[in-house]
Design a protein around this ligand. Structure first.
Ligand SMILES: Nc1ncnc2c1ncn2[C@@H]1O[C@H](COP(=O)(O)OP(=O)(O)O)[C@@H](O)[C@H]1O
Ligand SMILES: [Mg+2]
Length: 438
């Protein structure tokens, strides 16, 4: 059922884009200038990947086979296909309005309400598919149907869902992120090249945690966690607010004391090692809430991340971070407090990378970010993963985290309740109900 994962990913991208368009349109209604380049890039994206690719694939494969297997969804499918057919016309109208607004012959407020009307339609459409069509597909389609649909969605010659096109599709999304106004975007590009994800192999275990317990006073926040991360793996630890995710990461990095259990890193028992010593071993953390030092410059923040490292390598490493996040280079001398939320998150990740991690711990990197930037942060993580970094990613945003993880653990009030591959967990009914809101 790879196709379902692809469709859901496309939907969450579209949802983020729609929410971002809404926000920029609202700003315009409140008097902000027309963001012509941004709207233009967003409409391009929708034209290229939604109208030309996403919708035809659904019509030709998923919807067609669903109609064969069930009459239950005929009305819904009719309506959705009518939406698909109407899509290009709606977009053309929106483009005409954008051009008119750019020339000054249409008031910005009128363009803004046209955009909102369009995104409302888009969101309604996505919701219908997620609520009615995908669950039905999961229920009634047969293995041979899935083979055909997956093949269509996966095939490398496919203009969109092949690897090459996926990179192109991400590039287009990056363009939108960098053109978006500072309030919702980065106002500058971030990761340049995005390679295809490397396949994780059966590498040796790097982090091995057994029966870990940790308390705040008399309250036990972690009740015996067993978890492992292999070299080169991206492992997601997902769970609701208060489940114990941060406590767990802090216990691994050594700033939180443990009351039972053990932590082995690269074969060595580090349970009693001080946190700076663990950092020297290569355990580097980007903390929850970013915690950059606001009054210090961006460069100085990065230097702090390298305090366990020999001085001679710092300048070179900083240049690598700047290549990855050009926006940080542009603003290198400014106080970190002047950065937008998304930029601060990039800085926090950059700071952790300055410690030359062999295990990168990320605590809710998408927390509090504008929807468009959530995608961007996960792209950064994907890039690091493709470069071979070992990552333990803690997230409330379970879908996005599991989608890029090799394996995942579900944490509930201090206990691991489920574990499996990222793919398995995404499709697990219990996880879908509890965390994915489906
Ligand atoms: N400093 C603290 N003092 C007391 N209790 C805490 C403290 N930090 C966290 N807790 C409690 O520990 C549990 C786990 O919290 P936390 O690790 O922050 O969860 P998560 O990161 O998954 O949201 C929660 O019940 C929380 O209230
Ligand atoms: Mg937390």
């Amino acid at each position: 059922m790879d196709a379902l994962t692809i469709i859901s990913q496309e939907h969450s991208n579209m949802w983020r884009l729609a929410t971002t368009l809404d926000q920029v349109a609202s700003d315009m209604q409140a008097g902000a200038p027309l963001e012509h380049a941004f709207f233009d890039a967003a409409l391009d994206y929708i034209t290229q990947f939604v109208d030309r690719m996403h919708h035809p694939k659904e019509d030709d494969y998923l919807f067609r086979l669903l109609r064969l297997r069930s009459t239950e969804a005929a009305d819904v499918l009719d309506a959705l296909e009518a939406d698909h057919a109407q899509g290009p016309e709606n977009l053309a109208q929106l483009r005409a309005k954008l051009a008119a607004a750019a020339q000054g012959s249409l008031p910005g407020a009128d363009l803004a309400s046209a955009i909102k009307q369009y995104t409302d339609g888009l969101k309604r459409h996505i919701k219908t598919e997620e609520k009615h069509v995908l669950p039905l597909a999961r229920k009634v389609l047969q293995p041979q149907d899935w083979a055909e649909i997956d093949q269509a969605f996966r095939t490398h010659s496919d203009p969109v869902f092949g690897d090459q096109a996926k990179a192109e599709f991400r590039e287009l999304f990056h363009r939108i992120v960098s053109l978006a106004p500072d309030s919702v975007g980065l106002g500058g590009s971030t990761v340049g090249s995005l390679q295809a994800t490397a396949t994780p192999s059966q590498q040796p275990v790097l982090l091995k945690v057994q029966g870990l317990e940790s308390c705040y006073g008399r309250i036990k926040a972690l009740k015996g966690i067993t978890l492992e991360v292999r070299r080169g793996e991206t492992v997601a630890l997902v769970g609701a607010n208060g489940a114990g995710k941060t406590t767990f990461l802090r216990a691994v990095s050594g700033v939180q004391s443990i009351s039972a259990g053990s932590i082995h890193f690269d074969g060595e028992d580090i349970s009693k090692l001080r946190s700076d010593k663990r950092m020297r071993r290569g355990i580097c953390q980007s903390p929850e809430g970013r915690q950059v030092f606001g009054p210090l410059s961006i460069e100085d923040n990065l230097r702090l991340g390298a305090y366990t490292q020999p001085k001679h390598q710092v300048a070179g490493d900083m240049e690598k971070i700047f290549t990855m996040f050009p926006i940080l280079k542009e603003k290198r001398a400014l106080p970190a407090g002047t950065l937008s939320g998304g930029q601060q998150q990039m800085l926090a990740i950059g700071r952790a990378l300055m410690g030359r991690p062999s295990l990168l711990l990320l605590d809710e990197p998408s927390m509090g970010l504008a929807p468009l930037l959530v995608e961007e942060v996960f792209n950064v993580i994907k890039t690091l993963k493709s470069q071979g970094m070992t990552i333990l990613l803690v997230e409330q945003n379970a879908f996005a985290a599991l989608a890029i993880a090799d394996r995942g653990y579900v944490l509930e009030t201090g206990t691991v309740t489920l574990t499996g591959t990222g793919e398995d967990l995404i499709h697990n009914e219990q996880v879908r109900a509890a965390y994915l809101g489906m």
